[in-house]
Design a protein around this ligand. Sequence first.
Ligand SMILES: NC(=O)c1ccc[n+]([C@@H]2O[C@H](COP(=O)([O-])OP(=O)(O)OC[C@H]3O[C@@H](n4cnc5c(N)ncnc54)[C@H](OP(=O)(O)O)[C@@H]3O)[C@@H](O)[C@H]2O)c1
Length: 221
Amino acid sequence: MPPRVIIHNTVSLDNAVFGFDIDIGLHYQVLLSYRPEAMLVGSATAKTGIEMFLNIDEQEEPADRHRPPQSPEDARPIGVFVDSRGVLHGLLHFYRRLEHIRDVVVLVSGTTPEAYLAYLREREYPYIRCGEERVDLRAALQELRENFGVDTMVTDSGSGLNAALMEQRIADEISLIVTPAIAGNAPKTLFGSVQTPCDLELLSSAKLGEGRVHLHYRFRK
Ligand SMILES: NC(=O)c1ccc[n+]([C@@H]2O[C@H](COP(=O)([O-])OP(=O)(O)OC[C@H]3O[C@@H](n4cnc5c(N)ncnc54)[C@H](OP(=O)(O)O)[C@@H]3O)[C@@H](O)[C@H]2O)c1
């Protein structure tokens, strides 16, 4: 059985995923409330996160080149990064340093540049190579379940990866923090690239304060 996959996003009332004031603390508080063994992060999201919240010029230190020891008692999720094109080459140390994830695992494909694979190997980043042009998400999830003990995975991604998870019928649930803001001129909306209609069932709804609402849905399959 594949892991349970929850698409989690903070959205504006006009369905934008950026371009408005996102409460990052609340975003991760709700994400972690699902007690996931893994967070699935797209490469563009990961790179944007470094550019927005960290100093991208901060260099890798010798200690960053080694995989941290893994313990079965450690309840923190692993960060799983979808990156077939090597967008995160030279940048993964930022994520290895984060306290809320215990390990960095990378998903790559048959077209991933060899130089990026060498970068991953030299730094002891575990990676899963599956799919030809792009990562075969379904196969990768199965391997994450079998080899990394992932039962529940929550996304931290934008519309591109979310759409792929929905189109391929991999996603099981949607978790949305709806924020009382209109972003306006949003170039990408949350479900803008989904082509296939989907039906959902509401599992819960809750007021979060400051006008925000949390909605949790399950896909009817
Ligand atoms: N508000 C929120 O909750 C929230 C959360 C996260 C991100 N964001 C925002 O969303 C924006 C980025 O969104 P994005 O969608 O452009 O980038 P993304 O989340 O990084 O998604 C792109 C990633 O998905 C992979 N992907 C896309 N389609 C795929 C498919 N069919 N099969 C396999 N892999 C596939 C790409 O793989 P390749 O390696 O092959 O390219 C790439 O790694 C940023 O501005 C970020 O700030 C908002």
